[in-house]
Design a protein around this ligand. Structure first.
Ligand code: KE4
Length: 424
């Protein structure tokens, strides 16, 4: 069944998938086909159950098919799927986001994180009249040309951090610096400062695995952009409402000029957003001269589901619980690995974490890439065979959810104990 479906997929979908990281190219083997998800579990077409830590790469912070979200989407679906006209739901979403996220005075909904970061940079280039953009090696901000340079996530997994098809004249406008490398950033600004429109950063990197900012790194970006008249664009597509209510911007006290959001705010449906200071967002059409549009932007179904999820997250203690869970997983998996003589470390920030097969824990992409990817592949398959779906790449973060109860965590740790005992 699965083999026949996989062969059909390979004939009509590039690599058999609609997004490269799903192909298991990073770990070898063939992906399973999912039949359904429930709470912390995925069920494949053969009925096998997995404790899921991919969780659609971040959106499913309440777990699979949370009743409140499903109900909200079902009720809205019965009223219509899309209108191409304003709805109250979009206003409620925009009000919730602008209240929760610091610096977000005005926001525009879009359909993917790629659209959000692409649009935010267009605003930054319009506001500053400049062309150059700075990003960090190993950060991934979606697949639009300007940012598909030394990218992380699937691009790093497949070893294509600089995609084909991006014209050199465009690629030259993107300057890349090592994550957490303040000295390199300062030298880029001393050379190009007057030409830089924006610096875009993941406030906690999640696309080289989870790598937190070193003390002073984000502050240096804010200082240097302010001095040079460039904008600080904080890409919270992954970290927004994942590491804290209101994202890393609120947790770290950042003062972004523009913020990008996605994943959690859509509860698993195609939703992302960009926004920021009113003076910048008033440049966006139809108010200003920066054109950006979308047939399904602010789609009522996605707004209903996203609002239901976000409202559930505002309960006190939510992020403490998520943080404790992510940290416990990292701590216990590293202890197991080391007790079997395997070099291991982890980073956990809020509800995202990564187990690295290297020591010490990495501070940037090069250090992540120096980890033992072959051992990671054996760990991935060992866990999959024992009913745990870990992200199929050393460059992806793991996303425990509020549905990951003691039973699911114990099953995860029991599988890992077996994998390390057998040798990985
Ligand atoms: P999308 O266009 O895939 O919705 O979002 C792009 C994006 C932008 N910014 C950040 C910080 C992101 O993490 C992403 C997308 N994340 C990856 C997971 N590492 C998407 C998974 C995939 O490509 O299938």
């Amino acid at each position: 069944m699965a083999q026949e479906l996989w062969q059909r997929a390979l004939r009509v979908l590039p690599g058999g998938v609609n997004s490269p990281v799903r192909s298991f190219r990073g770990v070898g083997g063939e992906p399973f086909f999912v039949a359904r998800g429930q709470g912390p579990y995925l069920y494949d077409q053969e009925g096998r159950r997995y404790v899921d830590y991919v969780m659609s790469y971040g959106p499913l912070i309440l777990g699979h098919a949370p009743p409140a979200v499903v109900r909200a989407v079902q009720e809205q679906a019965a009223l219509g799927l899309s209108f191409g006209a304003p709805t109250q739901l979009e206003v409620e979403m925009a009000e919730l986001l602008t209240e929760a996220v610091p610096g977000l005075e005005m926001v525009r909904m879009v359909n993917s994180g790629t659209e959000a970061t692409m649009s935010a940079l267009r605003v930054a280039r319009a506001v500053t009249g400049r062309a150059r953009v700075v990003k960090f090696h190993g950060c991934y901000h979606g697949h639009h040309d300007t940012l598909l340079i030394k990218a992380g996530s699937g691009a790093a997994t497949l070893g294509v951090p600089d995609s084909q098809g991006v014209p050199p004249t465009l690629a030259e406008l993107t300057l890349t610096v090592g994550y957490n490398d303040v000295e390199a950033l300062e030298s880029v600004f001393s050379r190009f400062g007057a030409e830089i429109a924006a610096v875009i950063v993941e406030p906690v990197a999640g696309n080289m695995g989870t790598v937190p900012p070193s003390p002073g790194f984000l502050e240096a970006i804010r200082r240097l952009t302010r001095q040079a008249g460039a904008l600080m664009v904080v890409d919270e597509v992954m970290t927004g409402f994942r590491v804290a209510w209101g994202g890393a911007s609120r947790a770290f006290g950042l003062e972004p000029d523009l913020v990008c959001l996605g994943k959690v705010i859509g509860a698993g449906m195609p939703v992302a957003a960009y926004g920021g200071r009113r003076e910048y967002m008033e440049r966006v059409a139809p108010l200003g001269g920066v054109y950006q549009a979308g047939t399904l932007s602010g789609n009522p179904l996605a707004m209903a589901g996203g609002l239901a999820q976000l409202r559930a997250l505002s309960a006190p203690g939510t992020y403490q619980r998520l943080g404790e869970l992510a940290d416990r997983l990292g701590r216990e998996l590293v202890a197991m690995a080391r007790s079997h003589g395997v070099a291991a470390s982890y980073h956990a920030v809020g509800g995202m974490m990564t187990l690295f097969f290297r020591e010490p824990a990495p501070k940037n992409f090069e250090e992540v890439a120096a980890g033992d990817a072959t051992r990671f592949g054996r760990f991935f398959h060992g866990m999959r065979e024992r009913g745990v779906f870990w992200p199929p790449s050393p460059y992806e973060s793991a996303f425990p959810s509020l549905a990951h109860d003691e039973k699911a965590v114990e099953a995860t740790l029991a599988a890992a104990a077996e994998v390390f005992r057998r040798g990985v």
